[in-house]
Design a protein around this ligand. Structure first.
Ligand code: NDP
Length: 283
């Protein structure tokens, strides 16, 4: 059996169209949604991500401001910019592209963003809201994964989900969202003994590690849903995920490709969080 493909590009297009409608409705009431994107330094991957986010905003009718600074920007200068954006009524979402240069404390910067404008969902207030089941802003990548699961119509109640990776931006919030959806959740990480033992029991696997093709076909239960969050650049310049796509596709029930899977959904959820922030601000 060959797995069915979850087309992140097509699903993201649907979500972006819905966001565009909501943005237009807000704009008609004089509340055009606005996103500020801050990029510090010249990391090439970050430049691509930021460009894609700004372009997506434009297409959805969200006003966006891109602020780029040299790597020499001081932490205090960055904090001052965030304070100004927190106070700017035309800006509803603030995104600081990570990673930041090593002399800047990323957590400190994230905590400086007003939680109501933290559309990345990384602020401790939003992380805490997710933990206790209150509605804050969910981090865009796990949010996009949940929309993909919803789209294929899988009932998560009683299913076993295995998340590989425990970062604050992907693995942990992913596990919490799956838990909230009544899945039984296992979180694996670099110190997990016998990873395959866990993944083989999973009805749903989310791979968020950053190691090319580490999830191999023998680690997957036939029919499982496999979401591949990883984005890895191979020596030949091509992108690949954390899943050995060609082989796993022959075992899994559903699978996301890389590129064209989780990545586009991440951007769509950023737009969704931004329009929601603007709706809340508009009352
Ligand atoms: P991090 O490096 O922060 O986290 C990686 C996680 O993988 C850690 O928890 C680590 O464990 C775990 N890990 C490392 N090696 C192993 C191993 N051998 N077995 C099991 N677990 C392991 O990465 P992120 O969470 O930020 O990102 C993960 C991947 O997703 C990256 O490829 C990134 O580029 C991609 N990404 C994609 C996005 C998208 O839009 N599609 C958005 C964000 C990220 P430990 O905690 O013990 O170190």
């Amino acid at each position: 059996m060959t797995a069915q493909l979850i087309d992140g590009v097509a699903l993201a297009r649907q979500w972006r169209a819905r966001v565009a409608e909501r943005a237009a409705a807000l704009a008609a009431r004089g509340h055009r949604p606005g996103l500020a994107v801050i990029l510090v330094g010249d990391d090439p991957a970050s430049q691509v991500y930021v460009r894609n986010k700004v372009k997506a905003c434009g297409e959805a009718g969200i006003h966006s401001v891109l602020e780029t600074y040299p790597a020499s920007l001081t932490q205090d200068e960055l904090l001052a910019r965030i304070a100004a954006l927190n106070a700017d009524p035309t800006i509803h979402g603030i995104l600081v592209q990570l990673p930041l240069p090593p002399h800047i404390d990323a957590q400190r910067v994230i905590e400086a963003i007003a939680p109501a404008k933290d559309v990345d969902g990384f602020h401790v207030a939003n992380a805490g809201a997710l933990l206790v089941g209150q509605r804050g802003y969910w981090p865009c990548t796990p949010y996009g994964c949940m929309k993909m699961l919803e789209h294929i119509g899988i009932e998560l109640r009683g299913k076993h989900a295995v998340v590989i990776g425990r970062s604050n931006i992907v693995g942990k919030p992913m596990a919490l969202l799956l838990l909230q959806a009544n899945a039984t959740v296992t979180i694996c990480h670099s110190a997990t003994a016998n990873l395959a033992h866990h993944t083989r029991q999973a009805d749903v696997i989310v791979a968020a590690v950053g190691r090319p093709r580490m999830l191999t076909a023998d680690m997957v239960k036939p029919g499982a849903v496999v979401l591949d969050v990883g984005i890895n650049r191979l020596p030949d310049g091509k992108l690949c995920g954390d899943v050995d796509f060609d082989a796993v596709r022959e075992v899994a029930g559903w699978i996301t490709p890389v590129p064209g899977g989780v990545g586009p959904m991440t951007i769509a959820m950023l737009l969704l969080n931004t329009v929601e922030a603007a709706e809340r601000a508009a009352g």
